[in-house]
Design a protein around this ligand. Structure first.
Ligand code: NAD
Length: 375
């Protein structure tokens, strides 16, 4: 009996992405599963229903969800979506496990098998499923375009009849996936770009994009290839050196993050006070509190002539390509679990086990389980 893979409209405000594209629907059909979608699923992404071939369209989200063996999502499921799922159904998407204990409890109590894509182990085999990377790429790209839009300067050097224009100086703080894409994008626009990170191994990657590595003498490599939180002394040293440096930059893009922690505060209000009027900061970490002390998530503020932009859901601003990548990531992950059109959950597979948040009435992610249920 083939399983039914379903997706419904994402109702969160500012969410234009979708979890299941026509390309992926076709690939799912080729795996021998049925595809069921809510009518108008791709409306916000400019994908008409007619582009989905050989799928079934349902009129309401509740009716679609009630028949799903697997529900594909972008945003974490809302209470009514969890309530509409059948016991034992699978849901795959962002689950924001740190953000809402009631949601995790509801998934547990409804005996839903929830896969939180942000928990996917970041191994080589997982790369094609890595939603954090695919979406961060769009975030870094859009952040630079916002900066270019807000900044009253050209990015490239120009030689014109009205004289020479010097290129803008762009500093990217945090050179993970989003930061590297921001560096590449700012370079393509012709800016003079520097990148900084506490992981020293990214120097080479920054330089390979034609940017300069800004060495502030602070390194903080943590486990699993991630950064760790800085000590108070390291943070003070970083801020002292950075404060001096940013007096001369035109644009700062901040993308620094430490897994499971609020975004590190790197640019203080007094550092912003030392920047040139007309400078711009785009804080990609706004959603997790921001890397700049003045950032207000979802808002643009001005302080002493410096504009601080705190955008929310940058990937959704590039919803068409972000959805293409996201849907392929989910397909690659789901493919691990489908054999002959049926669902096989292989708990020996580190990607399946490591991404699971809840299953069979239990919270499977250790840190979340401890936080919610105690030892
Ligand atoms: P992230 O979003 O967690 O963090 C963004 C960047 O901020 C990181 O580069 C981090 O070092 C940096 N940072 C943290 N604190 C900082 C501070 N105080 N000052 C300056 N920078 C700071 O990172 P990410 O983009 O998700 O990637 C992190 C790592 O994971 C990288 O090593 C990346 O290569 C690796 N990765 C591996 C895979 C894979 O193999 N499947 C896929 C994606 C990423």
């Amino acid at each position: 009996m083939p399983i039914t893979v379903a997706a419904v409209r994402e109702n969160a405000p500012h969410e234009r992405r979708l979890a299941l594209t026509p390309e992926v629907a076709k690939k799912l059909k080729a795996l021998g599963v049925e595809v069921l979608l809510e009518r108008g699923i791709g409306e916000r992404t400019h994908v008409p229903d007619a582009l989905y071939q050989g799928v079934e369209i349902g009129d309401t989200a509740a009716a679609v969800i009630a028949r799903a063996d697997v529900l594909l999502k972008v945003q974490p499921p809302r209470p009514e979506e969890i309530a509409a799922l059948r016991e034992g159904a699978v849901v795959i998407g962002f689950m924001a496990p740190h953000a809402d204990d009631d949601r995790v409890r509801a998934l547990r109590d409804r005996r839903i098998t929830a896969f939180a894509m942000e928990l996917l182990p970041r191994t080589t085999r997982a790369q094609a499923m890595d939603v954090l990377s695919s979406q961060a790429g769009m975030a870094g790209y859009k952040a630079v375009l916002i900066a270019a839009q807000v900044c009253g300067k050209f990015f490239p050097m120009l030689t014109t009849a009205a004289g020479t224009i010097r290129p803008s100086r762009v500093l990217v703080i945090g050179a993970g996936v989003a930061g590297l894409q921001a560096i590449a994008t700012a370079r393509r626009l012709g800016a003079q770009v520097e990148g900084f990170d506490v992981r020293p191994e990214v120097r080479e990657q920054i330089e390979s994009l034609g940017a300069k590595f800004l060495d502030l003498g602070v390194t903080a490599a943590g486990s699993g290839g991630y950064a760790r939180e800085l000590t108070a002394e390291e943070r003070a040293e970083q801020q002292r050196r950075l404060a001096e440096h940013i007096k001369s930059v035109d644009v700062i893009i901040t993308t620094a993050a430490v897994p499971g922690r609020p975004a590190p505060k790197i640019i203080s209000a007094s550092m912003v006070g030392g920047m040139k009027a007309g400078s711009v900061i785009v804080d990609v970490a706004a959603e997790t509190g921001g890397n700049c002390e003045l950032t207000r998530p979802g808002e643009t503020v001005e302080s002493g002539g410096v504009t601080v932009v705190g955008p929310l859901n940058l990937p959704s601003m590039g919803a068409i390509h972000a959805s293409e990548m996201y849907a392929r990531n989910l397909f690659n992950f789901l493919s691990l679990m489908i054999r002959d059109g049926a669902l096989h959950l292989d708990w020996e597979d580190d990607l399946v086990a490591g991404t699971c948040l809840t299953h069979g009435g239990e919270i499977r992610h250790a840190a979340t389980q401890q936080r919610i249920e105690g030892a």
